[in-house]
Design a protein around this ligand. Sequence first.
Ligand code: SF4
Length: 321
Amino acid sequence: MKPLLEVADLRKYFPLRGGLLGRAVGQVHAVDGVSFSLDRGETLSLVGESGCGKSTVGRAVLRLIAPSSGTVHLDGARIDTMPSAQLRPLRRRMQVVFQDPFSSLSPRMRVRDILAEPIRNFGLAKGAALEARLAALLEQVRLPRDALDRFPHEFSGGQRQRIGIARALAPEPDLIVCDEAVSALDVSVKAQVVNLLAELQDTLGLALLFISHDLAIVEHLTHRVAVMYLGKLVEVADRRTLFATPRHPYTRALLSAVPVPDPTIRRERVILAGDVPSPIHPPPGCRFHTRCPLAFDRCRQEEPVLRAITPTQSAACHLDS
Ligand code: SF4
C-alpha cells in the first residue's frame, strides 16, 4: 500500500535581505533535501536541535509555507504545488498541534466554538450531530463536558494542550503534525499528554509526524525516528534500533543525554563541542564535521549521503560507507 505521506528532496531556502533596498544577499538553507514517508497509523518523530529545520519541514508538509523545491504527496496527490481551492478538502485530512497552546487558541472563543469551527468549516456536522461530536471530542482528550462553555484562560497548560489536540481531531484527520506539542509542558503533564497522543494514534489509526528536540520524549510514542542536523536527515531508523544501536555520531550524542531509568545501565555522555553552524553558510563536506568527535579528512570534503545500512536503519556518515 502507498504511504499516506511522501516527502521527496524537500528544500526550503529563506532569502536573507540586507542593505537599504532590502535586496537578497544570501539564503538560509533551512531544509536541504529531506526525504521520508509516513504510513497510515504510523508515528514518525523528527528530532534535532533547535534551528535544524524540523519545524520548517512540518510547515512545508502542511503547506503553511511553500517549499523552494521537492515534492509532498498526501495519499498519492501532490500537494506542494496544488492550487488552494483544490487543496482545501485535503487540508481537513492534515491538522496540527502547536507548541504553545495558549497563543494557538483564540482567547475570545469558548471551547465550544474553537472545536466547532473546523467541523462547520468542512461541513462535517451540525445541530445534534455537532453537539454529539463535541461531547465525543472532549471524552477523547479526557476533558469534562462543562469545558465547552469555558474560555482557554480558565484551563491549565496541559488542559489547553488537550483542547489543541481536540481541535486537531475535530475534522477527523488522517495525519496530525505535532510541532513541539509537549515541549512547553511540565514534566508530569508532558508524560500524560504523550500517553494521550499515543493512545489516540492507536485507537484512531492516525499518522503522527511528531516534531521534537527531545529524544527522551519520543521513545514511548514513536514507531520510527528521523534525526535532523542543519537541514538534512542524518539517520532514520525504527525506534528499537535507533535507541539500541544508533549509527550516526550525532544521534549517539543526542542519545547520550537521554536519562536511562535503569541505574545499572550507564550511558557515556558525549558532549558536542561548539554550536550548530549557521544554515546561511553550512560547512562543506559533512555538515556535522565541525562538531563530530570522529571526523576525518574525507568528512571535510565529501558530503555523505543517507544510505540504508539495514532494512530498518539508514545513516549519512562516511564511517558507514
Ligand atoms: Fe562524523 Fe565524518 Fe560521519 Fe560526518 S561523515 S558524522 S564528520 S565521521
